[in-house]
Design a protein around this ligand. Structure first.
Ligand code: UDX
Length: 439
């Protein structure tokens, strides 16, 4: 099929590359000439394992094109995806200005009937608004909007695009829904067909539910610390119940990233606007905020930081395998360490450039050894493999004082303590994971 994509950010780019990979002809549009030039040269502006190779292959095989020219992206297309950003606006509400602009520009440029597919995460009613906007701009062609939310995880996006759990397609015009389903036929992923509004809500409900699981286990972790239980044993024991499941029960310093905080706030705000107070989600967000402070609370309890204390911040990305630092818990920790006058060295294998946009004057390194060398305290923010593969000896050898506050439970507490490290983690009160199972 002939496809145009409005917006070549994370969602638009991964969608475009994967659709080209299965044989469709895709033209990706973006306003940034710099980004388009980079992509035309086969280089992705985002870090995503496997993306560059697939990008280069599909450019070479002439199925994937990049442009800043709207006519090139929208003329003679069967399907046009909207994959522009919906950032957090006033009172946590999703800001739809980019979606509205895209709808107006599509109306002005199309040369035939078209199905508009909304990939961006948008509140209930947005697809209706997109259709109305196109009609209001006097387009002579028939346009149907279909909701098709994305569930890709950063760092696993290519894998998720080909092996996702489901594809959701929501529309009120059956032929338009079937057209989108046909597009995904090569993917071998179950397709859920539903109405537009339900599809729009499925995306928010899914992300909010996962965020709820995380805040729930983080509160259990806090109870574990008080009572002496081990949160990993509790999570494992809970998760074996198939109704609960083991995933998204990893306790830590809270969720970050471009989706969970923004989408949870947007659902809360959308509910409020509809006259309903989503009480539980307010608590999920509040718990996450408090959890971001956990490591510093522990450090303060042990009087770990004084003016001039050498502190290593290990991991800046909001999770491993991405250079994304949006809403990362590292921000709060660095701000607090700066306030207390610590001498900070921040380490991340790939996200230091992104973090420089937030803290331009911090000392950064891409070497873990350099970060811990001579440090008196280390804070682990991201569970990078490069950090998890270390032994207690690595820290005792390089640190001046091996005092570690681990926000991602990267190590076994028993091993760290017997290896001579003063080790504090989340929800484990110094206990190793104790659980055996027999059939
Ligand atoms: C998420 C959703 O998973 C994806 O389906 C959606 O489309 C976009 O948002 P992403 O933001 O890439 O994806 O990251 P994810 O792997 O879901 O993790 C989000 C945050 O939760 C990270 O900060 C991670 O560290 C944290 N997390 C995750 C936990 O603290 N504990 C867990 O058990 C799982």
């Amino acid at each position: 099929m002939n496809i145009g994509i409005a917006g070549t950010g994370y969602v638009g780019l991964v969608t475009g590359v994967c659709l080209a990979e299965v044989g469709h002809h895709v033209t990706c549009l973006d306003v940034s000439q710099e980004k388009i030039d980079m992509l035309k040269g086969g280089h992705s502006p985002i870090f995503e394992p496997g993306l560059d190779d697939m990008l280069q292959k599909n450019i070479r095989e002439e199925r994937l094109h990049f442009t800043t020219d709207r006519s090139e992206a929208y003329e003679n297309k069967e399907l046009i995806f909207i994959a522009v950003g919906t950032p957090e606006g006033e009172n946590g509400k999703a800001d739809l200005s980019y979606v509205k602009t895209a709808a107006r520009e599509i109306a002005a440029s199309i040369t035939n009937d078209v199905v508009i597919v909304t990939k961006s995460t948008v509140p209930v009613g947005t697809n209706e608004m997109v259709e109305d906007t196109v009609k209001a701009h006097g387009s002579a062609y028939q346009v149907h909007a279909v909701s098709n939310p994305e569930f890709l995880r950063e760092g696993n996006a290519i894998h998720d695009a080909f092996h996702g759990d489901r594809i959701v397609i929501g529309g009120n015009h059956q032929p338009a829904v079937e057209k989108v389903a046909e597009l995904y036929a090569p993917f071998d992923i179950p397709i859920v067909r539903t109405d537009t509004k339900s599809a729009e809500l499925i995306k928010y409900a899914s992300n909010a539910f996962l965020a709820t699981k995380i805040s729930f286990i983080n509160e259990i972790a806090n109870i574990c610390e008080i009572t002496g239980a081990n949160v990993e044993a509790v999570a494992q024991g809970m998760g074996l119940d198939k109704r609960i499941g083991t995933q998204f029960l990893k306790a830590g310093i809270g969720f970050g990233g471009s989706c969970f905080p923004k989408d949870t706030k947007a659902l809360t705000s959308m509910s409020a606007e509809a006259g309903y107070e989503f009480r539980m989600l307010n608590a999920v967000l509040e718990v996450n905020e408090l959890q971001h402070n956990k490591l510093m609370e522990k450090a303060n309890e042990y009087s770990a930081i004084e003016k001039g204390t050498k502190a290593a911040v290990l991991g800046l990305a909001f999770k491993p395998n991405t250079d994304d630092t949006r809403d990362t818990p590292a921000i709060r920790i660095i701000e607090e360490l700066q306030r207390q006058g610590a001498d900070i060295v921040a380490y991340d294998p790939i996200a230091t450039d992104k973090m420089k946009e937030v803290f331009p004057d911090l000392t950064y390194t891409n070497s873990l050894e350099e970060a811990v060398n001579g440090a008196e305290t280390a804070f682990i923010i991201t569970d990078w493999a490069q950090i998890k593969e270390q032994t207690p000896a690595f820290f005792t050898k390089h640190m001046k004082r091996p005092l570690i506050f681990d926000g991602r439970n990267c190590f076994d507490p028993g091993e760290m303590v017997s290896g001579g490290v003063h080790y504090h983690s989340i929800g484990r009160s110094g206990n190793s994971f104790r659980m055996t199972m027999s059939t």
